[in-house]
Design a protein around this ligand. Structure first.
Ligand SMILES: Nc1ncnc2c1ncn2[C@@H]1O[C@H](COP(=O)(O)OP(=O)(O)OP(=O)(O)O)[C@@H](O)[C@H]1O
Ligand SMILES: [Mg+2]
Length: 354
């Protein structure tokens, strides 16, 4: 079993630092997801772990051993890319066995491993086809198979599903999760899709501009985001935010409205500027509610509905309703926010106040 530790890892490209000192401890067998907006450094960090990119400063340790100067091929890791990176002129079988042949693995052993991976990934009937004769999902399975046969200590995935359509993504997501359960390896998976992160991860690292904003279980991040950025990134549809001013037991928001707090918050005082966050399921259309809400758009999905609109102060928000709704665009209705679902963030730092 294999654990991975990052100590104050930094990366400079010329004079520009893009990774600013990352510390992380990924336990043996853990499925860890790096998530964050485009350009935040997810791929760079993964490539530094894999050995494809050198490390400007800090340490990467695999099972306690510093691997900064260990070549990629000797780190015992296997990487799966967004673009699959299959050889177009080789069959699926050859793509999967090629790396092992280069390592002079005995022929019988190669056949055993490739057959086993093909069975596991359900691509046995496709093994004689070339990549051009496979669908996107099938190609991605071959690319995963090529990683599996190397029997790596750690699997690294860089947005492996982003070229697939929505339905296939959901299927492949489940297959990768099942692969993890079966093999029990440490896996690091990069995505900017927070639904993938929530559903697959044991632990999520939320990155922003080369720093880790928060590292924890999916529900830690959802229930107790450390700041506004994490709160806005984790959860679908995204959390609503409105500007406010802290009062005693309540927060005033624009449009002469206030929201009640169910408990006092630390790190913030009456008079401080704050941002109030609440999830779309924690605001309820209610004729007796204190907020005035003008509906601009309604999405009926059958078993749930989304109602979009603005509060009297002009703040745009989303309301999630279970089931179907009789709300209509143009209606002006009353709403209330469930005080137990309220998040308070300092306007200056964005830090959450609990
Ligand atoms: N070879 C390079 N030279 C200079 N800057 C680079 C190089 N590679 C990446 N960068 C910069 O480093 C930062 C991080 O890039 P990276 O590819 O790691 O982002 P990412 O989080 O994977 O984004 P995406 O979600 O778009 O794949 C970006 O600002 C990028 O422009
Ligand atoms: Mg990337």
């Amino acid at each position: 079993m294999t654990n991975l530790v990052l100590n104050n890892v930094r990366k400079n490209y010329g004079a520009t630092q893009v990774i600013h000192g990352i510390d992380m401890d990924i336990a043996s067998g853990e499925f860890c997801v790096f998530v964050g907006p485009s350009g935040c450094g997810k791929s760079t960090l993964l490539r530094m772990i894999s050995g494809l990119e050198d490390i400007t400063d800090g340490e990467v340790r695999i099972d306690g051993e510093v691997v900064n100067h260990v070549p990629a091929a000797q780190r015992g890791l296997a990487m799966v890319f967004q673009s699959y990176a299959l050889y177009p002129h080789m069959s699926a079988r050859k793509n999967m066995s090629f790396g092992l042949e280069n390592l002079n693995t005995p022929k019988a052993e190669i056949t055993r491993r490739v057959d086993e991976a093909a069975r596991m990934l359900q691509i046995e009937p496709l093994m004689d086809r070339r990549p051009g004769q496979l669908s996107g999902g099938q190609r991605q399975r071959v690319a995963i198979g090529r990683a599996v046969v190397r029997e790596p200590k750690i699997f690294l995935f860089d947005e492996p599903l982003s070229n697939l359509d929505a339905e296939l993504r959901v299927n492949m997501r489940r297959e990768i999760a099942a692969l993890h359960r079966r093999l029990g390896n440490t896996m690091i998976y990069v995505t900017h899709d927070q639904v993938e992160a929530m559903t697959m991860a044991d632990k999520i690292a939320v990155l922003r501009a080369g720093r880790v904003e928060q590292f924890g279980t999916p529900l830690d991040l959802f229930n107790r985001p450390v700041n506004r950025f994490v709160a806005g990134f984790i959860g679908s549809p995204a959390m609503n935010f409105v500007d406010g001013v802290m009062g005693e037991g309540q927060i005033s928001i624009a449009g002469d409205m206030s929201v009640a707090l169910d408990h006092p918050r630390s790190g913030v005082r009456a008079g401080d500027a704050v941002e109030v966050g609440f999830r779309p399921r924690d605001i309820v259309i209610d004729p007796k509610g204190p907020l005035t809400f003008e509906i601009s758009e309604v999405e009926q999905l059958g078993s749930e509905s989304y109602v979009f609109g603005t509060l009297a102060g002009g703040q745009t928000i989303t309301v999630h309703q279970p089931g179907q709704t009789d709300a209509r665009a143009g209606d002006v209705v009353k709403a209330r926010i469930d005080g137990t679902g309220l998040f308070v963030f300092r306007a200056d730092t964005g830090n959450a106040c609990y």
